[in-house]
Design a protein around this ligand. Structure first.
Ligand SMILES: Nc1ncnc2c1ncn2[C@@H]1O[C@H](COP(=O)(O)OP(=O)(O)OP(=O)(O)O)[C@@H](O)[C@H]1O
Ligand SMILES: [Mg+2]
Length: 323
């Protein structure tokens, strides 16, 4: 159904996205921020790739450079072999970008917004075929009953759905989503992921940034983690998880955590998670708790998840760049 707008040069198939030594410095009259520092990695056609990192790590800056909205201070970026600066139109046509910020023109209806976007990419020649695709987008994203509503009448979550539809209107082979699920309800998240996963299975490459690490763990085959503008981890999701197969002890606690356990614990309200290496350590944690009069409830022992791995890498204990 979906014809991908790929135009590979004959011979070798280039990476869907290639970042080569990308640097970005923002300099003001008094400040200088090195937002990106020598970022290099490739995303292969058909990958579902996750770009993770704390606030300010440089994710949106990297995506802006990819989108041609911002110029790199160093290095280069290509999309299916097209340089985003010297071959901007071809690179941009291969990309569908869902921006982090909600930006839209309030004077148009949802359908008009999508038709105008279609026009930007010159899909107008086959207007009718694209109207069918626009209907499919509206339907898949739960926007069918809002097609004629004015953009300013939509709720925040609905506007985000329109941004997703807008990014996909020209059927780009590479779909870039910058925090698409921030502030989005559970139902839309599920609809969105089903739809994006379907497009990925059809061959579209997906680059996703999210702070919801369970989403990244479930969806992304490979991950890059950025910290202060540098790649600090780059590997298959399964390898990142396996490389740190530590055991997590999780329980609820109504009394204060004994000081002896504070350093190794992650506490969210009543929920305590403690990383242990083996059964003996689990026993020793429980003994420390008991000795302090603590009564853990809903005790569970499980494998470390992506959030544990992420925190460990961000705390700088180890670097995990293997590819
Ligand atoms: N236009 C700009 N001028 C100056 N500094 C900027 C500009 N845009 C971003 N920065 C800085 O660059 C760094 C990276 O910002 P960026 O928006 O890329 O982070 P991010 O990883 O997307 O964070 P978040 O998770 O909060 O979206 C930050 O220190 C930010 O303050
Ligand atoms: Mg961002």
């Amino acid at each position: 159904m979906t014809a991908l707008m790929t135009d590979f040069p004959s011979g070798a198939v280039p990476a869907a996205v290639s970042f080569r030594g990308v640097g970005k410095v923002f300099s003001g009259s008094r400040s200088r921020v090195q937002a990106l520092d020598n970022v290099s990695f490739d995303i292969e056609p058909g990958e579902f790739f996750g770009l993770l990192g704390p606030n300010g790590a440089g994710k949106t800056t990297l995506i802006s450079i990819l989108a041609g909205l911002s110029r790199a201070s160093a290095g280069s970026v290509t999309v299916h072999g097209h340089d985003v600066v010297t071959d901007f139109a071809a690179a941009r046509r291969s990309l569908g970008i869902v921006p982090q910020e909600l930006v839209f023109d309030p004077f148009f209806s949802v359908r008009e917004t999508l038709q105008i976007q279609s026009g930007y990419f010159g899909v107008r020649t086959d207007r009718r075929a694209n109207d069918a695709w626009i209907d499919e987008l509206l339907d898949s994203l739960g926007l069918a009953d809002k097609a004629d509503a004015n953009m300013r009448q939509l709720s925040g979550g609905m506007k985000r759905r329109v941004l997703v539809a807008q990014a996909l209107v020209h059927r780009p082979p590479v779909i870039v989503l910058d925090e698409p699920t921030a502030g989005v309800d559970v139902e839309l998240r599920q609809t969105l992921w089903q739809f994006i996963s379907k497009l990925n299975k059809q061959g579209h490459t997906v680059l996703l940034t999210t702070h919801y690490l369970e989403e990244a763990e479930a969806l992304c085959g490979r991950l890059a983690m950025l910290k202060h503008g540098r790649v600090v981890a780059l590997d298959r999701t399964s390898a990142l998880l396996a490389g740190r197969a530590s055991t997590m002890l999780r329980f609820k606690l109504d009394t204060p955590l004994p000081a002896a356990l504070e350093a190794q614990a992650r506490v969210t309200g009543r929920i305590v998670q403690i990383k242990t290496r083996n059964a003996a350590e689990v026993e020793s944690v429980l003994a420390t708790l008991r000795a302090a009069g603590g009564q853990p409830e809903d005790l569970e022992i499980g494998r470390a998840d992506l959030e544990d791995v992420f925190l460990e890498i961000m705390q700088g204990e180890t670097a995990a760049v293997s590819a």
